[in-house]
Design a protein around this ligand. Structure first.
Ligand SMILES: [Cu+2]
Length: 729
């Protein structure tokens, strides 16, 4: 029901009101809605979710200012106004999850199952310090477990079962949710499973043939390494006692495989165990939310079924390249909102986070040389990133027209990593392992950052029909463990450390500093008298000091790719986002028609090396025509994307051509049954995905077996017929 998304986008303020009945937190926030808080969009658990989606990142496409970087089948990386990946804080049920993989295969959205999302909000413009620290790009909040209690002491049970099918990659998904509740207790379970094959582009983008010398056949339009399988279970036990709601959440996520078309390796087993305990308290004087969470992730990496597995090369013989990363995260957040008087709300809180990471490349048991043996290669040994944050923010309603929000946050980040070793401790063997590891082990790796965030926001609301929001924020983020502590300049090892999907190799830098984004923005909302049309315009400019970018340290690799090292440089990003909607026909005998548009433009430059920033979406627009008639809803939409000709020369980013794709969706509900159907990419357009990265989905991907000059961008998905059936009982 995409039309509901788009409608909500334009009615976000109204949507907040409309949903207050089910969500206590929103009810309170709504009394003093902060500037820029309005870019959020709320949708109800069952009625307004995207039914045919296994990647919750797809839901983000419809938020103002957001683009999605495809990353595997179900773990996409959001990009908000040009900043992406872990520059964005993604909070799922209050948990700040960290990706424990050298390619960010288990990015946080991998754990947010679309059918299990109650509420999603994006602060795309300027985020106040109370929204979260340790980010420079914005905040995405996902709630999957909002406790709902019935009005009587009698227990009642709600169940929902859904299945869906997507023709292009033969995806089959099933999910089931059950909630048993009375007026003070709630037990909720959600389980899901999804499995998809490789997807097909809108036409041939490479020659058909064997995926690799020891692998099967791929058609010319088949995008290698895009198959996936994922299961997830979540249980919530909630209890309301007086003014408090206690919630215990247990989650288990397991993916036996998820292949990556833009990485040299694939995920061959990812298991995450998550638990969370939260207390939400609501009083006359304000409210508090305390969340304690633990995440334990075990991730295995190897060559999936389309990448060469057997390497025999002189002395070196190896079967696969087993790698394992293990991440442990524990955190405590306490946030309070205190109504000081009718004008002032004080928001204050603390955040503690503990994180450990081990990332190991196992010795190849059949490798008799010292290239991939005899010992294990320690990519990260006991990496540490611990944080402590404290913030305070004052939101003040000066009058009915003026609202301001002033906040400051201090973040303490302590990072470290233990000594490492390569496969061999005695010989470089053309890999530089001994030289690099000795230099790393002799370096001072314990780093402490003191990060300051500021938010100064104002909203002028002269009448019901227009308002203006304006502000400045300073946001600081320390590097992640991979950016600071990966150490090997050896092409093969560096290739394995790639957070960007560009095919290059990356080397960490222990002397990296935190990056600080200074952003100014302006948001103008305008409606006409009878509210039949609405426009939102959001221009912005961000100057990022010590932007964590990379410079080439090896321009002469035989495959034409590069090996780069992380470094701090200065950068800026500017752009604008526009959202507009109008009722075309309100109430005819054929129903109501509405037109909606989202326009997104951004440019970014690295000032030090005078290149464009990597992975910025070119100018793009979505235009959608919605039709609603009784229980029937339809949307026909066009996504128009300009050519990408401003690219990052340092990373050899590819240019991509412009394209337009059309989608159609229809939804009909009858009693407890809901049927959704649609066609994605109706014209089966073949196009290069501007944010798709380098195609590494097949072949000898390990070292230098793929040539940059004969390569290509990962193409987008061709036509797909989709169907979903949802049954509520
Ligand atoms: Cu991985």
């Amino acid at each position: 029901m995409r039309q509901l998304f788009l409608t909500c986008l334009l009615m976000s303020a109204l949507a907040v009101h409309a949903n207050t009945t089910t969500t206590k937190a929103i009810e309170v926030q709504d009394k003093k809605e902060s500037p820029f808080g309005e870019s959020s969009l709320i949708f109800d658990a069952i009625d307004e979710q995207e039914p045919i989606s296994y990647d919750s990142g797809e839901l983000l496409d419809y938020f103002l200012g957001v683009n999605r970087i495809q990353n595997g089948g179900f773990s996409s990386l959001p990009s908000i106004q040009g900043l992406s990946d872990d520059r964005i804080k993604i909070k799922i049920d209050g948990m700040n999850l960290i990706s424990s993989c050298a390619n960010h295969m288990n990015a946080p959205l991998a754990y947010a199952v679309s059918s299990n999302i109650d509420e999603m909000s994006v602060v795309a413009g300027l985020s106040s310090v109370s929204q979260g620290g340790d980010n420079t790009g914005g905040v995405i909040k996902i709630e999957s477990s909002l406790a709902t209690f019935s009005s009587s002491q009698e227990w009642s049970v709600d169940q929902r079962a859904q299945s869906y099918f997507k023709s292009n990659n033969e995806t089959i998904g099933l999910n089931y949710a059950a909630t048993a509740s009375n007026d003070s207790s709630s037990i909720r379970y959600h389980g899901s499973g999804v499995k998809g094959k490789n997807y097909h582009a809108g036409g041939d983008f490479k020659d058909a043939g064997q995926a690799a010398s020891d692998r099967g056949y791929l058609a010319g339009d088949e995008v290698g390494s895009t198959q996936f399988k994922n299961t997830s279970h979540q249980l919530n036990l909630s209890k309301k006692i007086a003014n408090d709601i206690y919630d215990l959440q247990l989650g288990y996520h397991h993916s036996p495989y998820e292949s990556f078309a833009n990485q040299r390796m694939d995920s061959v087993d990812n298991t995450s165990l998550q638990s969370k305990f939260s207390i939400t308290s609501d009083y006359d004087w304000g409210n508090t939310l305390s969340t304690f969470y633990i995440d334990d992730t075990k991730h295995k990496h190897n060559f999936g079924s389309d990448k060469q597995y057997y390497y025999a090369n002189g002395m070196m013989t190896s079967y696969g390249m087993p790698m394992k990363s293990e991440g442990k995260t524990a955190g405590l957040n306490i946030d309070a909102q205190i109504f000081l008087n009718d004008k002032d709300t004080l928001k204050t809180g603390i955040e503690l986070q503990y994180y450990r990471l081990d990332d190991t490349f196992y010795a190849s048991p059949t490798d008799t040389s010292t290239m991939m043996g005899p010992g294990n290669f320690q990519n990260i040994n006991n990496g540490k990133r611990d944080r402590f944050d404290i913030y305070t923010q004052l939101d003040r309603a000066w009058s009915d027209e003026w609202l301001t929000s002033l906040g400051i946050r201090y973040g303490f980040v302590n990072m470290d990593a233990d000594d490492i070793q390569g496969y061999s401790t005695t010989t470089n063997m053309m890999t530089n392992q001994v030289t690099d590891s000795t230099a790393f082990n002799n370096s001072d790796r314990s780093k402490t950052d003191h990060n300051i965030d500021l938010s100064l926001l104002a909203k002028y609301d002269p009448n019901e029909l227009s308002n203006i929001e304006v502000g400045y924020t300073m946001k600081t983020r320390s590097p992640n463990v991979y950016q600071r502590y990966t150490w090997s300049t050896w092409t093969m090892a560096a290739n394995m450390n790639n957070l960007y999907g560009d095919g290059n190799g990356y080397v960490g830098n222990v002397n990296l500093k935190p990056e600080t984004a200074h952003k100014v923005g302006f948001l103008y909302n305008l409606k006409n008298q009878d509210k039949t049309w609405e426009v939102k315009v959001n221009p912005y400019y961000a100057l990022i000091e010590d932007y964590i970018d990379a410079v080439s340290i090896n321009n002469s690799r035989p495959d034409g790719f590069r090996t780069l090292q992380f470094t701090n440089q200065d950068a800026y990003i500017y752009g604008f986002d526009v959202l507009a909607g109008a009722d075309l026909i309100s109430n005819s005998s054929f129903g109501a028609f509405k037109i909606l548009t989202k326009i997104n433009y951004q440019r970014g430059k690295n000032k030090d090396n005078d290149t464009n920033l990597y992975n910025l979406m070119p100018l793009n627009a979505i235009i959608a025509l919605n039709h609603n008639y009784q229980r029937w809803a339809n949307t026909l939409s066009a996504k128009i994307v300009d050519e990408k000709d401003r690219v990052d020369a340092e990373r050899l980013e590819r240019q991509t051509a412009g394209y337009t794709i059309f989608d159609f969706k229809t939804s009909y509900s009858y009693e407890s049954l809901q049927i959704d159907a649609g066609i994605d990419n109706i014209l089966d357009k073949k196009y290069d995905d501007p944010l798709g990265g380098e195609y590494l989905g097949q072949g000898a991907t390990m070292s230098t077996g793929i040539q940059k000059d004969t390569g290509t961008q990962v193409p987008g998905m061709g036509r797909s017929f989709n169907l979903s059936l949802t049954y509520n009982f």
